[in-house]
Structure formats: structure tokens, C-alpha cells
Design a protein. Structure first.
Length: 681
């Protein structure tokens, strides 16, 4: 391992000893939360300290040589091992920042947390951290499955709701699929490499049919956990079902662990010897995920479901960037491969911060205004000004508005795609041109979704008494929101230094350097591409806003002139509705009607039913709109039929004789032994 990665050969690196102590502290906190459910505040404090420790360890790993340590535990013949290299450190930084924000919010809500949430949250964080620093396949699977099981408990038992339990069962099915596919991929790779350690796998990259099978298994395993189309069906159900701070951590960090597994196995360990088609499935699935997720976010009517679908969009952009990096590396375009990898890492960091803040803002809105439905909210900018201000910054970043954090990564991805003409085969150039169009469409849909979300929730007039009487989030929750908003601004203003910080992580993934393309105040992709200077753009925007403000102060009337608000043609609201008639404001379905009619009918099977009253009936006309994600009809429905078929066959096994049962068991054992013997050869 040291010969390949330059790993520090110290058998007990202090930084990894600190990491194991933090993991042990999280496990102890989880056990304490299970035994004493009222210890929620103490458990949240432990999670916050562990998250800050992960940030410190990550910065150490990005700036120092890699370190490795073998743990004195593990299955027979395979001790667990930890490796802290720059790629793992970058994703550990993402986990640390996300977990710190979620833990700070959990401190504010500790008195109302369910007992299993108190116990499961630190174990969830520990599982993700162990996956990121795993030095072998066994440790990786152990952390990955611990993360999956802990999050399943948090989804299914955060609230006593039948819908949440159903979402948890669906999530568990996808989690089991993910684990089985990753285990099969690692077993097939280890059989040809002669070991399960990541350094052994790196020294023996797959080829031929093994490479194709491993690529498909890793995409199915890590892609289902990341919410990649078509394995995204669980995500819009499971993320909203979890408590607010858990949803934030699932969307900002858990999906990044799955992306890390893709980057580690398909870029780092697979090596530069893979053919040109190696990155095509990642690029295609990523672009499709970006469009579908953004379109669903622009049509959904639940705040947390909207944010979950937005996560599908951003995951698609990150995976598309990783696929583009693999394509460029196979085409011997190292600088462009480094640029695409830098875009993926930068956008992964940006998304983790602004999406964690948006989910926490949605949780604060649910607590303060009592609803997640867009049609039940409105006007919260007056009742919850701090939450509204932070949510505005975070939503602007999610809409990829410069100079905030969501813009730089997407801009680098587009610049990388526009350089695809350098790849020789014409079909590849046509595919990259289509990817440019899809990424642009996804960015436009994401911006529309964020405008719709923020406008209906925080602007306008309240749509109900509960929204009119909403209360601001508690101080610790506001601190978490302000921290996420502040980091979003800082990341947006400093993409160059952050890419310099990620230089070693990019080199670990694609063996290329990105330093020449990331300067202190400037991103310069080269090759004639336009440069991006975030601080200069921020200064120009600030100057423009200041000039507009001064002009309005100078030329506006001394006293404001107030008049009645336009009621969209409706009659004035009755006295018992001092906040206005909710029907006189745009609805969530009406706001999304143009997109639903243009794209929803072809992509999501959207439908609209208009009910007109009879002549003389004073009742209003009604519009009922909806859509169905194609994954449910194309994937989940056949799986449900298969489940019913297997359940029927399993019931028939009860009537089998003892001789047939023993024959079936013996035949299964022989088949497994034959499979193991074939893999060994």
C-alpha cells in the first residue's frame, strides 16, 4: 500500500487513533441513547464534537501524506483496516460539516426526539465515517451496511406513522439490494486480484467481462444508495419520512458516501487502463437523474419531497461529472479529467452544505408553521425572518445563482462538457452534446423549483391561521441555519482555494493535477474557455444592489403609498380572513402547470382533470393534477409481482416432505461450493 499511495508506514498514526476514538464515542453515545432515551441532548453534543473532530481529521488528511492502520478486529483471515488519503478526507469533510449542522439542530429539538432517533443518529454517523476511511472491502461493507441499517431505523421509527413505516420497508429493500450488489462486485474483483484490500484491488484493475459486470454491480449498489435513476424510487419517500435533522444528514452526507464508493472503485481502484465506454453509463444515468429529479422538484407539493427530488438532480450532476472524468481519462485528456473530477468534488461539497441547510429550514417551517404542504404556507418571511433570510440564500445556491456555492461546480461541469469535441469518435461527441443540453435543462428546472418553493412558502400572504401565527425557530436551530448559509456564501466566493485544497483528492482519483486551473480568485479551465472570478462578480452585484437601493431612496416618495393588494380577480376577503383569501393566491399545482403540461406528460405521465360546475352552480371550477414516476410502473410494480410470486412459492415449501427439504438444502450447498470453486479459478 505504501508503494502505491505513499502511505505513512507508522503502525499507529495519531490521526487514525483519534478517528477510532471518535467512532467509539459515537457507538457509546448510541448505546446510551438506547438505554436512556432522555439523554438526547448529551447524545447530540457527542455527535457535534465527533463531527467537528471529523472536520479536523479531514483537513489533516488533505494537507498531509496518507496514513493507514490495521485494527485488531475483523472476520477470520481479514483484519479491518483504515486508510486516510485525500479522497477519503474530502468526503469526510463533507460528512463532518453536514453532521455538525444536523447535530446542532438536534440540540434544539432534543426534548421532542423519539427514543430510537436518539440511539440511531450517532450510529448512522459512525457507519458513514467508517465507510469513508475503510481500507479494505470488508470494512467498507461493514460501514456501509451499518449506515443503511441505522438510517432505516431513523426513517421507520422517527414518527409513529404507517406511511413512514411503508417508506422504511421500501428503503430497506433498496438498502439490501445495494449491499448485495456491492458485496458481489467486491467478491468478483477480489477473486481475480487475490485479496480484498483496496491497495490489492488497485494493483489488479478488472478487465474484459469482469470489468463490465463489476461496473454494473457498483452502479446498482452505490447508485441505489445515492438515488440514481432508475433506482431512486425510495428517496422521495424515505428522506421526508425521517426527522428533520436526519433528513438533512441523509440528503447531504449519506448519498455522498455512495458517490464516494463510485469514485473510489470506478475511478481510483479501476485505474486509468479502462476503455472509453467505462464512463458512459455514469454520464448517461447522471444526466437522466438530473433532469428527472429537477422536473419532479418543480412539480411536487411537499417541501421535503421537493428537496429530496432536488437531491436526485444534484446527485445526477455529480455522477455525470465522474463519468465525464472517466471518459476524458480514457481518451488521454488528463487535464480535462482533472477538471471534471474537480467539478464533482466541488459540487458535492457545495450541495452538502446548502441541502443540509434547506432541510433544516424545512424542519423549522414544519415546527413553526405546522405544515409541509405548499398550499398551507405563505408569508413566513414576516413571522420567521431569520429562517426566511437563510432559506433565501440556500435556495439561491440550489438554483445555481452566482456567486453562491451551487454555481461553481455546475459551471465547471458545463465547461468540461463543452470541451468534449476533443474526443475523437463522433457518437461520443454527439452524446456529450446531448449531455450539455440535459444539464442545461436540469439547471433551468432546478432554478424554477427553488423559485416556486421559496415564493410559495415565504412570500405572499399566509394561506392559513397557522402560517399567520408561525413562530421563529429556536436559537440553536437558527445558529445551524446561519452556519449553513454562511458556509454557502464562503464556498461560493472561494472555489479556487477549495479546488487547490482538493488537488490531492483529484490526483488520487484520476492521477492528474488541477492546480493550474484553480487560482486564488479565478477559475480558468484553459483551452480558450471563459474564466470565472467569484469575488469580482460578488463585488459587481453588491455595487449594483447598492446603486439600486440609493436610487430608490433618492427618488421614491418620502412616505410609502399603500393600497389594496390585487386579488387576482377575486372578491375582497371576508372579515374573518384578515390574512386574505387563500384561493386568491397561486397554488402549488397552478404554479407548476406550464412545466407539467410541457414536460410532465411525456416524462412523468402527468394528468390534469378540470371539473366545471353546472350552469347556475356557484361552486368554483376545480383543477386536479398529478403525475406518476415511471420507476414505480417500470421497476417497483414488477418487483412487487415477483415478491408475491416468491411468497406464494415459499408458502408451498411448508408442504414439502422431509426428503425434498433435505434434497433442496443439499443441492443449494453443492451449487454454492461450485460457485466458490469457479471464482477461485
Amino acid at each position: 500500500m505504501g508503494a502505491i499511495l505513499g502511505v505513512n508506514e507508522d503502525s499507529h498514526p495519531p490521526v487514525l487513533i483519534l478517528f477510532t476514538c471518535l467512532l467509539a464515542g459515537l457507538v457509546v453515545a448510541g448505546l446510551a441513547g438506547a438505554l436512556w432515551p432522555k439523554a438526547g441532548r448529551g447524545v447530540a453534543c457527542v455527535c457535534l464534537l465527533a463531527a467537528l473532530g471529523f472536520v479536523a481529521i479531514a483537513l489533516f488528511g488533505l494537507l498531509r501524506a496518507p496514513s493507514a492502520m490495521v485494527l485488531p478486529i475483523g472476520p477470520p483471515g481479514q483484519a479491518l483496516s483504515l486508510v486516510l488519503d485525500p479522497l477519503a478526507a474530502w468526503f469526510l469533510l463533507i460528512l463532518g460539516l453536514s453532521a455538525a449542522a444536523a447535530s446542532l439542530y438536534a440540540l434544539a429539538d432534543a426534548a421532542h426526539a423519539a427514543p430510537r432517533v436518539v440511539a440511531g443518529f450517532p450510529l448512522f454517523v459512525a457507519g458513514m465515517a467508517l465507510s469513508l476511511l475503510a481500507g479494505d472491502g470488508v470494512t467498507l461493507l461493514l460501514g456501509f451496511e451499518a449506515m443503511s441499517l441505522a438510517s432505516w431505523v431513523l426513517v421507520g421509527y422517527g414518527h409513529a406513522d404507517a406511511a413512514n413505516r411503508q417508506a422504511a420497508r421500501l428503503y430497506l429493500c433498496f438498502a439490501l439490494l445495494s449491499g448485495l450488489c456491492l458485496a458481489a462486485a467486491l467478491a468478483l474483483w477480489a477473486a481475480s486480484a487475490g485479496g480484498i484490500g483496496l491497495d490489492v484491488l488497485r494493483a489488479a484493475p478488472p478487465d474484459g467481462w469482469r470489468a463490465a459486470v463489476i461496473l454494473a454491480l457498483v452502479l446498482a449498489g452505490a447508485g441505489s444508495k445515492a438515488g440514481l435513476v432508475p433506482l431512486h424510487g425510495w428517496l422521495p419517500l424515505a428522506h421526508p419520512a425521517a426527522p428533520g435533522h436526519v433528513s438533512a444528514l441523509m440528503s447531504s452526507a449519506m448519498v455522498k458516501v455512495a458517490i464516494y464508493v463510485m469514485a473510489r472503485l470506478l475511478l481510483d481502484c479501476a485505474g486509468p487502463a479502462q476503455p472509453l465506454w467505462w464512463g458512459v453509463p455514469l454520464l448517461a444515468l447522471g444526466a437522466a437523474s438530473a433532469v428527472l429529479g429537477a422536473l419532479r422538484a418543480a412539480l411536487e407539493e411537499d417541501t421535503k419531497v421537493i428537496l429530496a427530488c432536488s437531491t436526485i438532480e444534484n446527485v445526477g450532476l455529480i455522477v455525470a461529472a465522474l463519468g465525464l472524468a472517466a471518459i476524458f481519462r480514457a481518451a488521454d485528456l488528463g487535464a480535462l479529467a482533472a477538471l471534471a473530477t474537480g467539478a464533482a468534488l466541488l459540487h458535492a461539497l457545495a450541495h452538502s452544505v446548502f441541502k443540509a441547510g434547506l432541510f433544516l429550514a424545512a424542519a423549522a417551517v414544519l415546527t413553526g408553521a405546522g405544515s409541509r404542504r405548499l398550499d398551507s404556507l405563505g408569508g413566513l418571511i414576516h413571522a420567521m425572518p431569520a429562517t426566511a433570510a437563510c432559506a433565501g440564500v440556500l435556495a439561491a445556491a440550489a438554483a445555481a445563482l452566482p456567486p453562491l456555492s451551487g454555481f461553481a461546480g455546475e459551471w465547471l461541469l458545463v465547461q468540461s462538457l463543452l470541451a468534449g469535441w476533443r474526443i475523437g469518435p463522433l457518437p461520443m461527441q454527439v452524446g456529450l452534446a446531448a449531455a450539455v443540453a440535459l444539464v442545461g435543462l436540469a439547471a433551468a428546472l432546478a432554478a424554477a423549483a427553488m423559485v416556486r418553493l421559496y415564493g410559495l412558502v415565504f412570500l405572499g400572504r399566509p394561506r392559513g391561521p397557522r402560517s399567520a401565527a408561525a413562530r421563529e425557530a429556536p436559537p440553536l436551530a437558527r445558529a445551524a441555519l446561519i452556519g449553513c448559509a454562511g458556509l454557502t456564501v464562503l464556498i461560493g466566493l472561494a472555489p479556487g482555494p477549495l479546488l487547490r485544497l482538493a488537488e490531492e483528492a483529484v490526483r488520487t482519483a484520476v492521477r492528474q493535477n488541477i492546480a493550474d486551473q484553480a487560482q486564488l480568485f479565478l477559475l480558468a479551465p484553459g483551452g480558450g474557455a471563459t474564466a470565472y472570478a467569484a469575488p469580482l462578480l460578488a463585488l459587481l452585484l453588491a455595487a449594483g444592489i447598492a446603486a439600486l437601493y440609493l436610487g430608490m431612496r433618492r427618488y421614491s416618495p418620502a412616505e410609502p403609498v399603500l393600497g389594496p393588494a390585487w386579488g387576482c380577480g377575486f372578491l375582497p376577503a371576508p372579515p374573518e380572513l384578515p390574512f386574505g383569501d387563500p384561493l386568491a393566491q397561486p397554488s402549488a399545482a397552478g404554479f407548476g402547470q406550464p412545466l407539467r403540461r410541457m414536460l410532465g406528460s411525456s416524462v412523468l405521465g402527468a394528468r390534469e382533470v378540470v371539473t366545471m360546475p353546472e350552469p347556475g352552480d356557484p361552486a368554483p371550477a376545480r383543477l386536479e393534477a398529478g403525475f406518476a414516476d415511471p420507476v414505480f410502473a417500470g421497476l417497483l410494480a414488477p418487483l412487487a409481482a415477483l415478491r408475491d410470486w416468491l411468497a406464494d412459492r415459499a408458502e408451498r415449501l411448508r408442504d414439502m416432505s422431509l426428503r425434498r427439504c433435505l434434497s433442496l438444502s443439499f443441492g443449494t450447498l453443492v451449487a454454492l461450493l461450485a460457485l466458490l470453486a469457479w471464482l477461485e479459478t
